[in-house]
Write a protein that binds this ligand. Structure first.
Ligand code: DAH
Length: 330
């Protein structure tokens, strides 16, 4: 009998087990053969013989069932391993997108002013001499035109040198009061570390009844705006000249690199110029036929803001299309 215990224990497949089962429990199996021997035994031995056989029968059956489960579990495991499907699909490494720092900066500027109910105006990049210069109190042969040399077409058409013509276009289209900003691309004949032939500006204009708009209003909003953009900086207004404003000012913030101590970026002055502004010149209102109004205006370069916010050293790198620049912002 003992050998069958071993055989069951050592079997490795269902088929083997089934063969053993038939050999042990089958009609012609060894148990049947053993029980058959009882007939020829003396009566007093029959009971203990049968008992012993039944014990084996039970024990063998139990072992067989146990082994059967063990084997089917193993078979299942190996079948799962073999048949396992790799449902994952090879994918290309995907790149995370990022906003271009110029557009990101522009978005923040627009966000600030639209929250204060400034409307968003757009003009045309190809402008005429009247809107770009003449109506802005920049007559032909005015020396201030020299600073804004541009690309000219026929018939006094040109690539706009600033977003200020949108002031004129909006005022001729609408009645006061006006509260607008105009973001967009502008063009100049410039190319160096801090100038590219195309860059972006945001123009601002507020017009209301005469006496209602003061330099104090302008100063307040620009200071608040610059703190929104640059954080905790000092702001100062310097007297300056623009043909379309009088008085005019240039606005500086304390240097974001050295916090005002003086460094290479701020030419050791502690200050960085960030925008131009002023009270709208009466000649501008005359050019659009506005009477009894007052207003302020301002204009800024978006790339300059982006460079200061993101500490970018060379303005030209913003337009070279090098993906590594964008990856830094992803
Ligand atoms: N248009 C000026 C420029 O491009 C910027 C500017 C200065 C705009 C003063 C304004 C302003 O509206 O009031 O340099």
């Amino acid at each position: 009998m003992q050998e069958w215990y071993e055989k069951i224990k050592n079997s490795t497949s269902q088929k083997e087990l089934e063969d053993i089962r038939v050999a042990v429990f089958g009609k012609k199996g060894i148990l049947a053969a053993e029980f058959a021997k009882m007939k020829s035994l003396p009566n007093e031995e029959k009971a203990s013989f049968a008992k012993e056989l039944n014990t084996h029968k039970e024990a063998l059956m139990q072992l067989l069932t146990q082994k059967k489960e063990e084997i089917s579990l193993k078979e299942l495991e190996s079948a799962m391993k073999e048949e396992a499907l790799d449902v994952s699909l090879y994918s290309f490494k995907s790149n995370t997108g990022a906003f271009h720092p110029v557009m990101d900066t522009l978005d923040r500027i627009v966000e600030y002013f639209t929250a204060l109910n400034f409307s968003l105006q757009t003009g045309s990049m190809v402008e005429d001499d009247f809107h770009n210069f003449e109506a802005l109190n920049l007559p032909k042969y005015h020396p201030a035109r020299d600073m804004q040399d541009t690309f000219y077409f026929k018939d006094e058409m040109l690539l706009r040198t600033h977003t200020s013509p949108v002031q004129i276009r909006t005022m001729t289209k609408q009645k006061p009061p006006i509260r607008m900003i105009a973001p967009g691309a502008v063009f100049r004949r410039d190319y160096d570390l801090t100038h590219t032939p195309m860059f972006h500006q945001v123009e601002g204009l507020l017009v209301d009844e005469k006496g209602k708009v003061s330099f104090a209003n302008l100063k307040y909003i620009l200071e608040d705006f610059l703190k929104y953009m640059f954080g905790d900086v000092n702001v100062r207004f310097r007297p300056s000249f623009f043909p379309f404003t009088e008085p005019s000012a240039e606005v500086d913030i304390s240097c974001v690199f050295c916090k005002g101590d003086g460094c290479r970026v701020c030419s050791h002055t502690g200050w960085l110029e960030v925008l131009g502004c002023g009270i709208v010149d009466p000649n501008v209102f005359k050019a659009v036929g506005y009477k009894n109004v007052s207003g302020y205006a301002f204009g800024l370069g978006v790339e300059r803001f982006a460079m200061l916010i993101h500490r970018i050293g060379d303005l030209r790198s913003l337009f070279e299309g090098d993906i590594r620049l964008l990856e830094q912002f992803a």
